[in-house]
Design a protein around this ligand. Structure first.
Ligand code: NCD
Length: 303
């Protein structure tokens, strides 16, 4: 699973339906099953992560698999070994699934061509983060009962965001209307080609939308200056109650995390349980990753 780009409506729906069932399993006292019994999953993260890594680890454990977290900071990568050599070394230990995050777009696909097991992209540069888009979709579907006919405003640092790219692919495939709202400096050129409407003003972009999806300013990917100052950015693009009042009265707010309070989102909104579904997103994340691990390890050999 390298990205959302190329998945069909049926494939996305099947993943979300399966994840829905796992949400129920995760709310039970006994959360464990043996779907991944005898299977090995290796988490290989070349970039920092809290939510995604923890959630893949819990997902694998709840399905009864053996999960190993490779800590790149203490691995031989630090001694000069290439990513591919590291992957081939791990591959020789017969993992069934490699979950990989890497700072370079395309790195996970390259790695997937060298190993024998399934590979899940846990975020490659600014390219894709498919399980994030799936957990966002599950959050929306459980709240609204549907994905089509929704107007979703994706706001902030779209340029550097793999979350935005995967969400644009998924939401447009499923029939939602997608808007991107950002300063010109934080939008990739030609973004309209992806079937989104472009806004440079938050109030206009949020008007009558059903869902407001905020993105972090990804300063670690920036080469140079993209916004005049954090103060000015918050003034024009930070989500507060006043700007949110332009959206539909029952519109809700999402954020993939990690959040920078006072930069792209006001604390009042982030903590408002009537508007923010950020904690639901984290819960859905475990279920979606269970669905992906389950589907990718099913035995499909003819004998
Ligand atoms: C995102 C990521 O790493 O792409 N975080 C996440 O997986 N929840 C978004 C971000 O880093 O801003």
């Amino acid at each position: 699973m390298l990205g959302i780009d190329g998945l069909t409506v049926e494939e996305i729906t099947m993943l979300l339906d399966l994840a829905d069932a796992y949400v129920d399993q995760n709310r039970k006292h006994d959360k464990k099953s043996d779907v991944l019994r005898g299977r090995t999953v290796i988490n290989l993260f070349f970039e920092n992560s809290t939510r995604t890594q923890a959630s893949f680890e819990l997902a694998g454990k709840r399905l009864g698999g053996d999960i190993m977290n490779m800590s790149v900071s203490t691995s031989s990568i630090k001694k000069g070994e290439t990513m591919i050599d590291t992957a081939m070394t791990l591959n020789a230990m017969h993992p069934d699934v490699l979950v990989v995050r890497h700072p370079d777009a395309g790195a996970v696909k390259l790695l997937s061509e060298k190993v024998t097991g399934a590979v899940i992209n846990a975020g490659d540069g600014r390219h894709e983060h498919p399980t994030q888009a799936l957990l966002d979709a599950l959050t929306i579907r459980r709240r609204r009962g549907r994905l089509d006919d929704m107007t979703v405003a994706i706001c902030g640092d779209v340029l550097h965001s793999r979350v935005a790219r995967s969400n644009i692919h998924l939401l447009t495939t499923m029939g939602a209307r997608v808007r991107v709202v950002a300063p010109r400096t934080l939008l990739p050129s030609g973004i309209e080609r992806f079937g989104v409407d472009v806004f440079h003003d938050m109030r206009a972009g949020l008007t009558d939308c059903d869902i407001v999806m905020m993105l972090r300013l990804q300063t670690e990917r920036m080469r140079g200056t993209f916004v005049p100052s954090i103060r000015e950015y918050f003034h024009f693009f930070g989500l507060d109650h006043e700007k949110l009042s332009y959206a539909k009265p029952d519109a809700f707010v999402m954020h993939p995390g990690p959040m920078n309070r006072g930069v792209e989102i006001d604390s009042d909104i982030a903590d408002d349980i009537n508007r923010s579904v950020i904690r639901d997103q984290v819960e859905m994340g475990v279920a979606v990753r269970m669905a992906c691990l389950d589907l990718l390890t099913r035995d499909i050999s003819p004998n």
